[in-house]
Write a protein that binds this ligand. Structure first.
Ligand SMILES: Nc1ncnc2c1ncn2[C@@H]1O[C@H](COP(=O)(O)OP(=O)(O)O)[C@@H](O)[C@H]1O
Ligand SMILES: [Mg+2]
Length: 327
């Protein structure tokens, strides 16, 4: 078999740039060099480049996503997407690759765009019979008064940019006087804001991938934040959040969480490996969000889950590549 040319893309245009670079480098380092020619590509704004081992930069030709290295034309068999946030997780880069007919390891453009918007995603997820928190949705130019919000939602609430990540611009609000500033803060990050009732309970996350088209859940993890919730600091400071793998919950609950997640993966038309986050409250799983390009650094959750499931990581990424090339 000839070696495949794989572009591992990282970077992007969000606050998750650095973490994405670390994810992409980690994935590239684990791909089997006997099977793949691996090109690490950094995407930032209109500047898309391949950086080789010696630190030399080569521009990507954005017209066809090819490379010219010292006169040699390189085209890619597949893109391994490790861009968290826009444009790697919201359908934009997926649309670009789909227009060029280049296969990639992530969800397609429609699923990515839908799931990236927490409000629209919640609507669809609840239509599949999964619990989501009661919520109010605001557009920058379609506001609802604070009185109306507190009439329909019970405090405390979470106020979040609908298309955010890493808990940036998000607040937990307990007093109605704090709602307005929290909404203004969220609007600094997005033109849509989601206000959700707080669901008390335990935080459980479930990775799902597919094998020959069948969705499969990885072992569940419980996250115990030492902060008030799993905020930006708790996400990136291991001292501030405890990760328990596998999650110490009853077997029947774990099975239910896995089957909900596998159902959502298929129903939403997911591809590659994704991570569903829930709050377990009174034996019910409340869906919080799905991360369609989850972190892949050594400290990230999904690689730990895959190892716990018995995978050698390079083999797990082989599987994601095979699935992306399958149809
Ligand atoms: N409705 C909610 N009830 C309870 N906790 C929540 C709720 N919404 C968010 N949280 C807390 O905030 C964290 C971040 O929220 P999330 O919607 O996952 O945003 P992000 O995309 O930034 O990770 C969650 O991991 C959880 O700790
Ligand atoms: Mg989250």
């Amino acid at each position: 078999m000839p070696k495949l040319n794989i572009a591992v893309v990282g970077g992007g245009n969000s606050g998750e740039f650095d973490i994405s670079i670390r994810s992409s480098k980690r994935v590239a380092s684990l791909l089997d060099p006997l099977k793949y020619n691996v090109y690490l590509i950094v995407i930032k704004g209109n500047n898309w480049e391949y950086i080789n081992e010696k630190g030399r930069h080569y521009k990507i030709n954005i017209q066809d996503f090819s490379l010219n290295i010292e006169g040699e034309q390189i085209v890619f068999d597949l893109v391994f997407n490790a861009i968290h946030g826009t444009p790697g997780e919201d359908g934009k880069i997926q649309g670009y690759f789909e227009m060029l007919g280049i296969r990639h390891t992530s969800c397609n453009s429609i699923t990515s765009a839908l799931t990236f918007d927490k409000y629209f995603c919640n609507k669809v997820v609840s239509s599949f019979g999964v619990k989501t928190s009661p919520s109010v949705h605001l557009f920058r130019d379609k506001r609802i008064s604070i009185e109306e919000i507190v009439k329909v939602l019970k405090l405390p609430v979470f106020v979040k940019p609908s298309c955010g990540g890493s808990s940036v611009g998000m607040s937990k609000v307990t007093h109605c006087n704090d709602l307005k500033p929290a909404i203004e803060l969220a609007f600094q990050h997005d033109r849509e804001v989601l206000i959700e009732e707080f669901i008390p309970g335990r935080e459980i996350t479930c990775g799902v991938y597919s094998e020959r088209g069948k969705s499969k859940a990885l072992p569940l993890m419980e996250i115990v934040s030492k902060k008030e919730f799993f905020d930006y600091e708790a996400k990136y400071d291991p001292q501030l959040a405890e990760e328990i793998l596998p999650a110490p919950i009853e077997e029947n609950l774990a099975e239910r969480c896995c089957s909900i997640s596998e159902m959502l993966y298929s129903s939403l038309g997911c591809r590659g490996v994704v991570r569903f986050d829930y709050i377990l409250s009174n034996s019910e799983f409340w869906f919080l969000e799905v991360n369609t390009v989850p972190g892949m650094t050594a400290a990230s959750i999904v690689p730990k889950m895959a190892i716990k499931a018995g995978f050698e990581l390079g083999k797990f990424y082989d599987l994601l590549i095979e699935e992306a090339l399958r149809d």
